[in-house]
Design a binder for this molecule. Structure first.
Ligand code: FES
Ligand SMILES: [Fe+2]
Length: 383
């Protein structure tokens, strides 16, 4: 039996808490709000696009949707990760779709103009050199790239301050505190993708509270006793953001254990703890003893979000004979489906006139409130 949990630690801060308003209904449904978010949150700041190892080989590429801007992320022949708007400079055609391996050039499917992998215009069939095309100004339009811990971040406006500043200004947790997990060296062992009929903020809110856990995740609460109480924090103010697993358990799986190896460099406490962090605007990272899983949120519309969930492991684990991550993938997949179902219900209610002014957040929702404060600071910056 778990003896760790002492809920009385929550009594004092709970007593000082005053219920806080949620965002308003229109914040989850309005095209105008979504348009503002596209500019201020997703285009003017760094957006977590894809794992660098998803384009690990030379000439590998992936097309990502950065809130309505299609971007090609690729690794050129020299190994450099580059990104370009997915737009031909001739008459605007989309160039690429999906993911895969490029030839030595990106060739437009419309009139076959071709671009080198560093973006220069290299060929314009049937447009002779005598014509006065300013070829050196007709390269693909680049998108700013930053790499952090194996993630490719993009800034389509080119106006964002450095990524570390974004973490500092709009995060409650310093993501470097989990450096011991070696996230930058981990590689994708499995991926699951979801189309969720809910606003992206409803998904972030759902991630940042566990009031829903006893109702929505009956198979999870035996693994993390804290969740039975609707809590996401062992003892407030201790600085230990982790969620301790029940005694003897070490994994988010059906049994609370897994046959996957523990990541090197973790303490005993880490091995029996789950840490979760939201890196605004669109990345969620789950640190477990045997894997790190991530949610990339791709906002498609006020009421639609694509969620890509990658499961990351040591390269030698993924490369080992018989590698099978299904113990952890299947369990989290089930949790994800349970979460999306209630997120979609929340989206349905958010459009009602009964929710025009929003709802209320009790103490257990305090991280939802913290998210709202960060969101407002990003969306409506002080002049
Ligand atoms: S639109 Fe691309 S070559 Fe014409
Ligand atoms: Fe959940």
């Amino acid at each position: 039996m778990s003896t760790r949990l002492d809920m009385s630690a929550h009594d004092e801060p709970r007593a000082g808490w005053r219920p806080q308003p949620t965002l308003a209904g229109a914040d989850y449904t309005s095209p105008e709000v979504f348009d503002t978010e596209r500019g201020r949150l997703f285009h003017d700041r760094w957006f977590a696009a894809v794992r660098a190892d998803a384009i690990g080989e030379s000439r590998a590429y992936a097309v990502v949707d950065v809130a309505g801007e299609s971007v090609i992320v690729l690794r050129d022949e020299g190994g450099t990760v580059r990104a370009f708007f997915n737009v031909c400079r001739h008459r605007g055609s989309r160039l690429c779709a999906g993911a895969g391996r490029l030839q030595s050039a990106i060739r437009c499917p419309y009139h076959a103009w071709a671009y080198t992998l560093d973006g220069r215009l290299a060929a314009t069939p049937n447009v002779p050199p005598g014509e006065d095309l300013p070829r050196d100004q007709l390269g693909l339009v680049p998108v700013a790239v930053e790499l952090w811990q194996g993630f490719v971040w993009l800034n389509v406006s080119g106006a964002a301050p450095p990524l570390v500043e974004q973490f500092r200004r709009f995060g409650s947790d310093d993501p470097e505190q989990w450096a011991r997990y070696g996230l930058g060296e981990l590689v994708i062992g499995a991926t699951r993708e979801y189309d969720v009929a809910a606003n992206w903020k409803i998904i972030v809110e759902n991630y940042n509270e566990c009031l829903h856990c006893p109702t929505v995740h009956p198979s999870l609460v035996p693994v993390v006793p804290l969740y039975r109480h609707g809590e996401v924090e062992e003892a407030p103010g201790t600085g230990a953001a982790g969620n301790r697993l029940a005694d003897g358990l070490t994994s988010f799986s059906r049994t609370g254990r897994s046959s996957l190896p523990t990541l090197p460099g973790l303490s005993e406490l880490d091995a029996e703890t789950f840490y979760g962090v939201t890196l605004l605007p669109n990345l969620i990272v789950n640190y477990h003893s045997d894997n790190v899983s991530t949610f990339h949120l791709f906002p498609l519309a006020p009421d639609r979000t694509r969620v890509v969930c990658d499961y990351l492991f040591r390269p030698e684990t993924v490369g080992s004979a018989g590698f099978d991550p299904s113990e952890v993938v299947d369990f989290r997949h089930q949790l994800a489906l349970e979460d999306w179902s209630v997120c979609e219900r929340a989206q349905q209610g958010a459009g009602s006139q009964a929710f025009a002014r929003g709802g209320l957040l009790p103490y257990a929702d305090r991280y939802v409130h913290a998210f709202h404060e960060q969101y407002r600071a990003m969306r409506d910056p002080a002049p």
